[in-house]
Design a protein around this ligand. Sequence first.
Ligand code: SIN
Ligand code: FE
Length: 296
Amino acid sequence: MRFVTVDRWPPPVHVDYRPELEAGNVLFFPATPFELPKDNTNFLRTLNFTGGAVHKNIAYRTASDRITGIEAGSRQATLHAIMREYSRNVIAFVKDLLPQYSSGWKLDYASFRPLEEQGRGLPLNKRNDLIHTDAFPSRPTHGDLILRVFTNIHLSKSRNWVIADPFPALAEEYARAAGLDEISAGGRFRDASARLLKSFGFPVVPRSPYDRFMLNFHEYLKRNADFQANCAKYTFDFPPGSTWLTFTDLVPHSVLSGQHALEQTFIVSRRSLANPENAPVAVLERLCGRSLASND
Ligand code: SIN
Ligand code: FE
């Protein structure tokens, strides 16, 4: 597990950072490598969350250019413009950084994380201070990977992460206990029936066995007190003004403290990996001897 620091951007020669990310490392830019106007970050930091007009989670739906988490009004228009600009800038940067991924990725949401992470008192499956791998209930990836870019826009506080050993090691140890065999055995039929229901207009999310496993695994890790206490841990404090990216389904992570972060998510096609056998879906398929997603 390594933090790979990139001090110079753009670099004198292009480096293919895919193998680093796919091995479960974090790519760290001490200085944010794309434009982020001060007026915009000032506006975000001073948004007032009392009274309910601004919600605790602000999401920007990149593909449909919609904002959620703030009620209509002039601040909504400003926030929308800021999130759109942030999203465009970060996407252009990641395209330059990882051109091979950009050919087959899907743009997922961007978000602004306004609250202090320490002591949020969330229910267990929403807690981000417990180490977990990411899985989105509403947006199954069918074996593709979740790449997330974070920027700490707090003026003085670092954002403090703890990371554990990457997915292959974790899966080896815990995938069976988290239900891999049951899910892979029952998988095909449930996947097909969900697709059928959806074709009749029922509001179901057709999940592959892979997606069902990853949702289980997210919760399994959070509930596993022994894992939380005793797994190998690597801590990193991301300073104000820095940017970092990692595959958050491949890299178990938690955030212990920090406030004011921007984030953009990409769903990266497993076919565009430098080493597709590193994809969590491929790791799980080797373990259970079955195919787990119809994208195979
Ligand atoms: C998470 O994905 O668990 C949260 C990370 C963060 O907000 O820093
Ligand atoms: Fe997470």
